[in-house]
Design a protein around this ligand. Structure first.
Ligand code: NAD
Length: 320
């Protein structure tokens, strides 16, 4: 009999790629989403599939699923600063009540649950690169506090359900991920730079551009999550690409890729923007035998092709 998996946040960027992967692997998939930041377009190719069901539901409300459930992947949450600053209470609620509901469902069904945490639990990190042992540097009342603390709570309640209720849990700490189905207007550096290049606008870099990021292509991330789910490792594990680049160099890479001759302009750095981000993936390498395989050049090319293929009105769409 096919294994049955519930994926929350299914209409979002990562959730929709996870739905694709689990369908490909022969699972029966229930996608759940309230569409607050997601889009059904990301899933419409799956609607005719006999093993795919979609539930339009807010996971902060009681979740009812009839029948058996083998796995839950809890990915519902606003993820980009532009979203979680616009809907801060919903962000806290989905991290707290949404995670609590998913864990309750896992307990009731005897299902294994994997929850999506983030490199943001490390805040503006004082150690570099960040290993899972680092406890982080987060300002709970800072502009990013709602997201960072929601995810720290998500990890805490997940470990509590594991130790107290013996629920079979997994925690993935995801670092910046990119690929097709991101939104051009989600405010993050990569889609912003590509969107500006597509529209022929100058590329805006905040600060002097010396702050670093590391970008993981979505298929690599999905592979890491798949391996973690099927492993027996219950502590948080970093999944991301350690190939670090400064934002200024990154903006130049995007210009080269798009063949655009616009300029790079510098604007003041937003408060509490992390200066450095780079995962230590020793655990993922040794425990999951995982490491990223898609180079930035290849991943950027695929992502650019995707954005370029969108109808041009999408290039000009304002955030929700
Ligand atoms: P996204 O905004 O594209 O997807 C999130 C989805 O969750 C959306 O479809 C949204 O409608 C849905 N959602 C939000 N609140 C909900 C609720 N209460 N009930 C039901 N559905 C709800 O974001 P994403 O980039 O795909 O991120 C997915 C998950 O991965 C998030 O939990 C995020 O914190 C985590 N994550 C992502 C990244 C990244 O680089 N993309 C990095 C770290 C962590």
């Amino acid at each position: 009999m096919k294994k049955r998996v519930l994926i929350t946040g299914a209409a979002g960027f990562l959730g929709s790629h996870l739905c694709d992967r689990f369908i490909q692997e022969g699972y029966s998939v229930i996608g759940m989403d309230n569409l607050i930041t997601g889009d059904l377009k990301n899933l419409e190719h799956l609607f005719p599939h006999p093993d795919f069901e979609f539930y339009h539901h807010d996971v902060t409300k009681y979740i009812h699923i009839s029948g058996r459930l083998d796995y839950i992947l809890h990915f519902a949450s606003p993820a980009s600063p532009i979203d979680y600053m616009r809907i801060p209470i919903q962000t806290l609620k989905v991290g707290a009540m949404g995670t609590h509901n998913c864990l309750g469902l896992a307990k009731a069904k005897g299902a294994r649950i994997l929850v999506a945490s983030t490199s943001e639990v490390y805040g503006d990190p004082l150690v570099h690169p960040q290993s899972e042992e680092y406890w982080g540097n987060v300002n709970p009342v800072g502009p990013r506090g709602v997201y960072d603390e929601a995810k720290r709570y998500l990890e805490s309640i997940t470990m509590a359900y594991h130790s107290f209720h013996k629920v079979d849990t997994r925690i993935v700490r995801i670092f910046n991920t990119y690929g097709p189905r991101m939104r051009l207007n989600d405010g993050r550096a990569l889609p912003t730079f590509i969107g500006q290049a597509l529209r022929g606008e100058n590329i805006t870099v905040f600060g002097d551009g010396s702050q670093t990021r590391s970008f993981c292509y979505v298929s690599d991330l999905v592979e890491g999550i798949y391996r973690l789910l099927l492993s027996d490792y219950v502590y948080p594990i970093n999944i991301g690409n350690p190939d670090e680049i400064t934002l200024k160099d990154f903006a130049e890479e995007i210009l080269k890729l798009t063949g655009n001759t616009v300029k790079i302009v510098f604007k003041p750095l937003p408060p509490e923007d992390p200066k450095q981000r780079k995962p230590d993936i020793t655990k993922a390498r040794t425990i999951l035998n995982w490491e990223p395989t898609v180079s930035r050049a290849e991943g950027l090319r695929k992502t650019y092709e995707y954005f370029k293929s969108l109808p041009p009105e999408e290039w000009y769409k304002q955030p929700k």
